[in-house]
Ligand binder design. Structure first.
Ligand code: SF4
Length: 358
């Protein structure tokens, strides 16, 4: 699909019907699809908005609900109060747990303060937590491939700290020590680079040939789909722009994937006003994608910025269609129903395809 921005349409206005279609002047933007919000992020953001609708401000949220500056600022203006830990939330108040998930220790701390919790942990993160609990119960050594310090990794690690070791890259595999090499399993953060994770797992398997795989992909469908679309676009792109925040793991991975897949250059920006005109000097094709926590408006603003600087044509490159959605947290749905507010989302997740869900 080719989309002409208003300036491109104006440039071609008045062409006689029988004339061949003119080549649009200026450069082209290859827009990766899918991009932007995944099902877990949409659920998390909707969860905070619906809680605000129902109870009014303030609604406390532990950590950023999703890793996106614009989303956090927008919800803050509506009355969300973002805190680092539950001890910053007044006794008995309502707190939303972010899409990245929390450890059992955080749940216990919230219970101790009688907080009313709404758990917006993405169901695909919860799935990884369950794997950790199950393998720990069976007394496996668990290698959690992920980035130390990331909230999701902290949450998963907290499920079985005595059984889990975090490995951040292939180079860290050498340092892994296990009790019994025949009882080792790996699981992972949901937003990693598919290729780098494969390399880490290959190295793990060299050391522990009986290494057990997780029952299904832990890197989620949204992460995989966004990386796949970037790989398709990157070889044609002189410059790749990734819209997403610096603390968004999946957005940062998209920059790495773009460079590895052949983009001339790749830059991550939170929003259009961070774009540098110098990046586009001599470029004729710009690739554009966005992380799973990025609202559409930020991508539209980048498209507009590019249209005003010589890239009026937008060509969507779609590699996958996503239809998956997640219902709001169960207790929030009940509270919304009791308060006469509807849950706008379907009550059961739909699957994209067996190959693209985790
Ligand atoms: S990136 Fe994946 S795991 Fe994270 S919130 Fe989105 S769907 Fe869930």
């Amino acid at each position: 699909m080719t989309i002409e921005t208003p300036s491109a349409a104006a440039a071609t206005a008045g062409t006689a019907p029988e004339a061949p279609a003119p080549t649009p002047p200026g450069g082209t933007v290859l827009l990766a699809a899918p991009g932007g919000y995944c099902a877990g992020v949409a659920r998390g953001v909707d969860g905070v908005e619906k809680t605000l609708d129902l109870y009014g401000p303030p609604v406390y949220v532990r950590k950023e609900i999703v890793h996106n500056k614009y989303v956090v600022e927008t919800l803050t203006r509506r009355g969300a109060v973002f805190v680092q830990e539950t001890d910053e939330v007044p006794e008995g108040a309502r707190v939303v747990f972010s899409a990245h998930g929390v450890s059992p220790q955080v749940r216990a701390a919230a219970d101790a303060r009688n907080l009313a919790t709404i758990d917006a942990t993405c169901p695909l993160v919860t799935k990884v937590h369950r794997e950790a609990v199950r393998f720990a119960k069976d007394d496996y050594d668990i290698i959690l491939v992920g980035h130390e310090g990331h909230e999701e990794v902290e949450g998963t690690f907290g499920e079985a700290p005595a059984h889990i070791q975090v490995v951040g890259s292939p180079d860290e595999v050498e340092g892994v020590v296990v009790r019994d090499p025949s009882r080792v399993v790996w699981i992972s953060q949901t937003t990693l680079s598919v290729d780098e994770t494969r390399e880490t797992v290959d190295r793990l398997r060299e050391r522990f040939p009986q290494l057990i795989d997780p029952p299904s992909d832990d890197i989620c469908y949204a992460t995989q789909n966004r990386q796949e679309s970037v790989k398709t676009i990157a070889p044609r792109a002189d410059v790749m722009i990734v819209v997403g925040s610096a603390n968004s793991s999946n957005s940062v991975r998209l920059v790495e994937v773009a460079l590895e897949a052949g983009a001339g250059a790749a830059h991550r920006v939170d929003k259009a006003d961070e774009l540098d005109p110098a990046w586009f000097e001599g470029a004729s094709t710009v690739g554009l994608t966005s992380g799973a926590s990025v609202p559409e408006i930020l991508v539209r603003e980048v498209i507009e910025w590019l249209a005003n600087r010589g890239f009026p044509t937008v060509e969507e490159v779609r590699t996958q269609t996503e239809t998956i959605t997640f219902a709001l947290p169960r207790n929030l749905r009940s509270e919304l129903a009791a308060g006469g507010l509807a849950d706008p989302r379907p009550h059961a997740p739909r699957r994209v395809s067996p190959d693209h869900t985790s």
